[in-house]
Design a binder for this molecule. Structure first.
Ligand SMILES: [Fe+2]
Ligand SMILES: [Fe+2]
Length: 193
């Protein structure tokens, strides 16, 4: 399906707020893809699709979880902001026949994963800065993303960890693993130079 058609469908299914955010993320993802010599159209499309499941009803969530045998615990309150990543990845695959890179980038865009490839990192970062109001603490990411994407990713995760700590919540295990990996890589790089 061509991008124009997908855009139209997404516009129809999302609130104006979510649609605008998706367009922003798509545009930033495209720019970052250009910078890192990745397929720009694919990055744009992934940005467009990343929140495709963000505004589903609980019935719709339950439908996808059942259809694809996802863990039922995703319907619990504590997964309310996370599950749209798992479900969105599935919908992108079923409806738009997206490939594994797109699937994983959508799946990993909220909590991250140590298996993230460049496209997934780009979408994760674009999601953080593709907002009308970027939180003060995330503003440096706009530049950092072009200088060193791994540093930008680590920076986002550390800020997120601080925010969660204030609420007494621990980082998700997958996020923690990614953070440790990025920290180790950074340390090794610093040792090397
Ligand atoms: Fe999201
Ligand atoms: Fe998003």
């Amino acid at each position: 399906m061509e991008i124009k058609k997908i855009k139209k469908e997404i516009k129809k299914n999302l609130s104006p707020f979510r649609y605008n955010h998706s367009i922003r993320v798509a545009k930033i993802a495209k720019k970052l893809a250009k910078h890192y010599k990745l397929d720009q159209n694919k990055a744009y499309l992934t940005g467009l699709l990343h929140d495709i499941a963000k505004e589903l009803s609980e019935e719709e969530n339950a439908y996808w979880i059942k259809k694809y045998n996802l863990p039922k615990k995703l319907l619990e309150e504590k997964y309310k902001n996370i599950k749209h990543a798992d479900i969105g990845a599935i919908i992108a695959k079923e409806k738009y026949h997206s490939d594994n890179d797109i699937y994983n980038a959508i799946k990993y865009h909220t909590i991250g994963n140590k298996e993230m490839n460049m496209l997934a990192k780009i979408i994760y970062i674009a999601d953080k800065i593709g907002r009308t109001k970027i939180p003060e603490e995330l503003k440096p990411v706009k530049k950092l993303a072009y200088q060193d994407i791994n540093k930008a990713l680590l920076y986002c995760i550390e800020k997120q960890e601080l925010k969660l700590q204030e609420k007494g919540i621990k980082l998700h295990q997958d996020t923690k693993e990614l953070k440790d990996l990025l920290r180790n890589n950074k340390r090794n790089q610093e040792d090397f130079f």
